[in-house]
Write a protein that binds this ligand. Structure first.
Ligand code: ASP
Length: 293
């Protein structure tokens, strides 16, 4: 079956700071949407496109994930990532992974090559090594911190988890999320991003990627909540997304999420000051923004 309604959305984090220049991120995000659109039009799967897009977001150094990661309070770069493929509701994730260029490819390796869903720390690194994933040669020259080449105090940086959701021509949806987590996080802290149902989710109907105060997204089971509101409550994707974010807010957090459904709905919602985001709409147009509606 061919689905004409291809859609794709990505985010670069909900921690946007007013007054900061995001022109590089906007150009970068638009380029990734154009590339993902072309891949989807060429018949690529939603899964391949969300992973490829998140790899580009990770290695750009523009967001607080992958190359742009910030260290934890122990000075270590412990990164988290998760991916889900809607058909079959398959998932894979890594948490507190150190030493690899692309945590999302490690998450995909967990999904594709093991009967398990989640690997952490040393075990995640051993799996990534065993699959031949690229190691960071020199951490000192690799990590850029978001938006600059020098180390900055955490208070000067805005959080910048990255994520992508897509609907392909077969009607399949997929989601991927990758992050360095929140600034000033202690050793071993893991947020929502690699936890299926919290910061990432895809089932045959809906795919979701979240960003924001991870503890509250975990407590709200935010990503799965969106999908379940649609599936069991008959809500529109927009209502479901807003309700999940309202619960995050009620728990004391804020943030945002992007989501697509197999019937062609797409949302990018946030209740933080802004969210770096871009999307291919069903009519073929591209939207790209940080603040505003
Ligand atoms: N949700 C991420 C975490 O708590 C942070 C973020 O999205 O900026 O790890």
């Amino acid at each position: 079956m061919t689905n004409k309604c291809l859609t794709l959305a990505l985010h670069g984090g909900a921690g946007a700071l007013r007054g900061r220049d995001y022109s590089r991120e906007l150009v970068h995000m638009r380029g990734l949407i154009e590339a993902g659109r072309d891949r989807l039009r060429g018949g690529a799967s939603a899964l391949d496109v969300v992973v490829e897009t998140v790899v580009e977001l990770e290695i750009s150094g523009l967001y607080v994930a992958g190359r742009g990661a910030s260290p934890n309070t122990a000075g270590r770069y412990e990164l988290d990532a998760g991916v889900m493929d809607g058909p079959g509701q398959r998932g894979g994730s890594v948490a507190a992974l150190e030493g690899f260029v692309s945590p999302i490819t490690a998450a995909r390796a967990v999904m594709d090559t093991t009967p398990h869903v989640m690997f952490v720390g040393e075990g995640a690194a051993a799996l990534a090594d065993a699959r031949g994933l690229k190691r960071i040669a020199d951490p000192k020259s690799w990590f850029t911190h978001a938006g600059g080449g020098e180390n900055r105090a955490p208070s000067e940086l805005a959080t910048g988890t990255v994520g992508c959701v897509a609907l392909d021509e077969t009607g399949a949806v997929a989601a991927a999320t990758s992050t360095a987590g929140i600034f000033g996080k202690p050793l071993g802290r893991v947020g929502d991003c690699p936890v299926l149902g919290a910061g990432v989710w895809a089932d045959p109907r809906v795919a979701v990627s979240c960003t924001g105060a991870g503890e509250m997204f975990l407590r709200a089971a935010a990503a799965a909540q969106v999908a379940h509101r649609v599936r069991f409550g008959g809500e529109s994707l927009a209502c479901a997304g807003d309700a999940a974010l309202a619960e995050v807010k009620a728990l004391g957090g804020d943030g945002g999420l992007i989501a697509v459904s197999a019937d062609g709905q797409l949302i990018m919602r946030y209740n933080s000051a802004g969210m770096k985001r871009a999307a291919l709409l069903a009519d073929g147009s591209i939207v790209c923004d940080v603040f505003g509606g």
